[in-house]
Structures are given as C-alpha cells and as structure tokens.
Design a protein around this ligand. Structure first.
Ligand SMILES: [Zn+2]
Length: 132
C-alpha cells in the first residue's frame, strides 16, 4: 500500500492517510473540508435514522449471494442487512427490485432499478410481515 498524503478529518479530527486503497480515502465537502469514510458512515447512519417519510436517500445495494444482501453507503462504512426483497418485472430500464430492511428500529424500503447498484431509500411504516 502506498501512502500518498495525509489529511485531518474535519469531523473526528483524526489524522488519516489518503492511500490508493479507496476504502481509506475521504470525501471533500463543497467548502473544502475533508471527511473520512468512517465519519461518512456515521453521518449517513444518522441521516438514515432521521429520514423523513417524504424524502429519499441514495444508497447502494451489495449482493454477496442469494441470501446475503446489504444496503450500504458508497465506501461501505455503513452496512445494513436486508430483511427481504421483492423482484419486479422487467421493463425498458431493466429489472426492478424492492429491498426491505430495518435500521435502529425504523423500517425502510430501497428501490433499485436496472443494473446499477444505486437504490433510492425511503422510510416506510412497516416492512412486509413475512420478512420479519
Ligand atoms: Zn473522521
């Protein structure tokens, strides 16, 4: 692993190294502040926890195998197991899938359309009973 440079995370104030391994990198906010991926995970976890019913959050679906599917943020510092999913029909943009999961006692649905790993997450009142 090659260390390219260091930066100080503006959330946790820890000195972090920017390496070629993208998992130890950071994101930069519009005003130039650098936030490490661990803090991104914590921020996104909070954002998800406080998500309004009429707001969507963009997250990712990571499918390890048939039974192991996770909802993640981009660097995968936040990883939530999916309780169940429903595959929709194919349409002109591809297959649609709805993933249901619980996080800190709240219920969510992640809608994924097409071959991308991106999914739009919405908070819902309850996940389908057979997924509980
Ligand atoms: Zn940090």
């Amino acid at each position: 692993m090659t260390h390219l440079s260091t930066y100080t995370c503006s959330v946790c104030n820890k000195e972090k190294q920017i390496t070629k391994d993208w998992r130890t990198g950071c994101i930069e906010s519009p005003d130039g502040e650098k936030i490490c991926f661990d803090c991104c995970g914590a921020i996104e976890a909070d954002e998800l926890h406080h998500l309004d019913f009429d707001t969507t959050l963009c997250m990712h679906v990571k499918q390890v195998n048939e039974r192991e599917i996770y909802i993640t943020n981009w660097p995968e510092t936040l990883k939530i197991p999916v309780a169940g999913y429903i595959l929709g029909k194919y349409n002109f943009i591809g297959r649609r899938a709805d993933y249901y999961f619980k996080f800190r006692g709240n219920c969510y649905k992640a809608k994924k359309v097409g071959d991308t790993s991106m999914a739009h997450v919405r908070r819902i009142k309850a996940i389908p009973e057979h997924f509980n």
